[in-house]
Design a protein around this ligand. Structure first.
Ligand SMILES: [Zn+2]
Length: 560
């Protein structure tokens, strides 16, 4: 499960080398408790099978399965071998189970220059750290832009809310400046979607803008001072490389040039009619802030540093049995990477084992594959089992696959994602993110009944979980998707929150967690097997509900 902001994820990866090297654990002999766990004969065979995968994948030897690391590749080989044992056919490239993903890391190579020019006044050079921090542009090593600037409110266009922050302004060939975040009036998943800078840049690009500037909003200035951003301005970020070796961004040709502080924005827009009103409206929490074309032009020169490392997605497939349906592919996905070696906890442990996040999801994926094999009855549609890399770096491996699938893209009909099922309690319901958006909803409801539970409501819509794991990359390609968790009924909520507060993205997310209940892991597998089985065997192909927000936005099957 991805951290809510990339900023934080990047922070945890940027420790000094000395801290990373302090990992004395690797050579330690197992404790009595660990040995006991190893020989625990009380587990049923299906529980032991699940646990066995987690033992390997979340072991200290895997060093947290950081995408791009050698340990991650060993984990990928393990999954490939398990896919083979489960009877899956290779579905990577060149007849193998692997799909190499070129992960491209990038960051600003220098502080760059930003100059504001206005006729009749002398040019103003913005000050690094005080007025702005530069963005990195993965598409190019050198970015030079000199253009007029248009302020476009929060940069949101949402016809279903009759909202267009670009109303009355023409941004063709211009730099668009927008406030960060989303104003009030959007909830949950849509809020997370509209608040994303990447999604805003896509809108700016579609309108012909040549670059985007993100402005500190008066409210974001209160929550996170601009000075915090100056501490992390040169951290590495990640995307994937295209065939030419350039970094993919969703808003092709419209890079994020810089972030400006309130002070920097005053220097850019101070002389413009409209800016004072815009600031006032934002400060008052008004959802709509009127756009305007600035009388200034902005010249930006930025350099970007890049490096590429290859990391593998792992893919296996069960060919469908129905001559009419077998070309359609249902993708079951789970991320194999975790966050690697990081900050030491109170015990001096630096290894982020990622047992729940997401060795548990991979174990479920493998065991689901085995259930298909054991059933002796192949599914009517084909089912692909996909373990992806670099989820923790921004859903990168899934995005690469969704753009470059190893089967024709038009054949992908559904995605069911497994990420961080917290199996520390006997769950009484399940949560199915995205279920209400497509015909996958009723399927999920029937399938969870198979393990004796119903589907509960999203308990934390403000967290935007629907856009924080790999299924979101399939959604963005128009593919109906669903993502399941054990639910929050009964003791669930408390147990889940305890996991988030004490173990999530910490070295303590380990197999030694005494709260893990393997019988609940098996129930989770059974529910997901029932879901996959029904999607693959149903007469009708999964479809978005008519008019669904994401379905319409990404032109998905059935939405329009
Ligand atoms: Zn995570």
């Amino acid at each position: 499960m991805l951290r809510p902001t990339l900023t934080l994820a990047v922070l945890s990866l940027s420790l000094p080398l000395a801290a990373q090297e302090a990992a004395p654990e690797a050579a330690k002999a197992p404790t009595a408790a660990e040995t006991n766990a190893f020989v625990n004969a009380t587990l049923r065979a299906d529980q032991a099978a699940m646990k066995a995968h987690v033992m390997f994948l979340a072991s200290d030897a895997m060093k947290g399965r950081d995408a791009g690391s050698n340990e991650y590749e060993i984990a990928a080989q393990y999954v490939a071998a398990q896919f083979y044992a489960a009877g899956l056919k290779p579905a990577g490239v060149d007849g193998s189970y692997l799909q190499p993903v070129p992960l491209l890391s990038f960051r600003p190579a220098d502080k760059g220059t930003l100059t504001v020019t206005r006729s009749g006044a002398s040019p103003v050079t913005l000050i690094f750290g005080e007025d702005y921090i530069p963005g990195g542009n993965p598409e190019k090593l050198s970015t030079v832009i000199d253009a007029g600037v248009v302020f476009a409110g929060y940069g949101i266009v949402a016809p279903q809310y009759k909202r267009d922050d670009y109303q009355g302004v023409d941004v063709r060939g211009k730099i668009v400046a927008i406030f960060s975040g989303a104003p009030g009036g959007f909830d949950g998943e849509e809020r997370a979607h509209f608040g994303s800078n990447a999604n805003k840049a896509v809108i700016a690009a579609s309108k012909g803008a040549v670059g985007v500037i993100v402005l500190e909003s008066p409210s974001s200035a209160k929550v996170r001072p601009f000075s915090r951003m100056t501490e992390i301005w040169d951290e590495w970020r990640m995307t994937w490389a295209d065939a030419q070796g350039n970094g993919h961004i969703p808003a092709k040709g419209t890079p994020a040039i810089a972030s400006l502080s309130v002070k920097g924005a005053d220097k850019l827009f101070g002389a413009d009619k409209g800016w004072a009103a815009a600031k006032k409206a934002a400060e008052a929490g008004k959802p709509i802030v009127a756009p305007f074309a600035s009388s200034a032009t902005l010249a930006a020169a930025l350099k970007t540093e890049r490096k590429i490392v290859t990391s593998s997605n792992v893919a296996g497939i069960i060919p469908g049995s129905d001559p009419k349906l077998k070309d359609e592919v249902v993708v079951l996905s789970a991320h194999l990477d975790h966050v690697g070696v990081g900050k030491a906890d109170a015990k001096g442990d630096t290894l982020h084992n990622g047992a729940m996040d997401n060795a548990m999801g991979i174990a479920s994926l493998i065991e689901e594959a085995k259930r298909f094999q054991a059933s002796g009855k192949p599914p009517r549609r084909s089912i692909m089992f996909l373990a992806v890399t670099a989820e923790e770096k921004g859903l990168i491996g899934a995005d690469y696959f969704a753009h470059n699938p190893t089967v024709p893209k038009a054949n992908l009909v559904a995605n069911v994602n497994l990420d961080m099922p917290v199996i520390t309690y006997k769950f009484e319901d399940m949560i199915a993110f995205g279920a209400a958006r497509s015909t996958l909803g009723p399927i999920v409801a029937r399938a969870t009944a198979a393990v004796g539970v119903g589907v509960g409501k999203d308990p934390m819509p403000e967290q935007g979980f629907f856009v924080r794991s790999d299924h979101y990359r399939f959604v963005q390609q128009g593919i109906p998707s669903v993502f399941l968790w054990p639910g929050m009924a009964g003791v669930g909520g408390e147990a889940f929150n305890r996991f988030l507060a004490t173990r999530y993205h910490r070295p303590s997310d380990e197999i030694s967690n005494p709260e893990i209940k393997w019988d609940q892991g098996v129930r989770f597998i059974e529910a997901n097997y029932a879901i996959a089985r029904e999607i693959a065997d149903a007469d009708a192909r999964p479809a978005w509900n008519k008019g669904d927000f994401f379905g319409v936005l990404y032109n998905g099957y059935g939405a329009k």
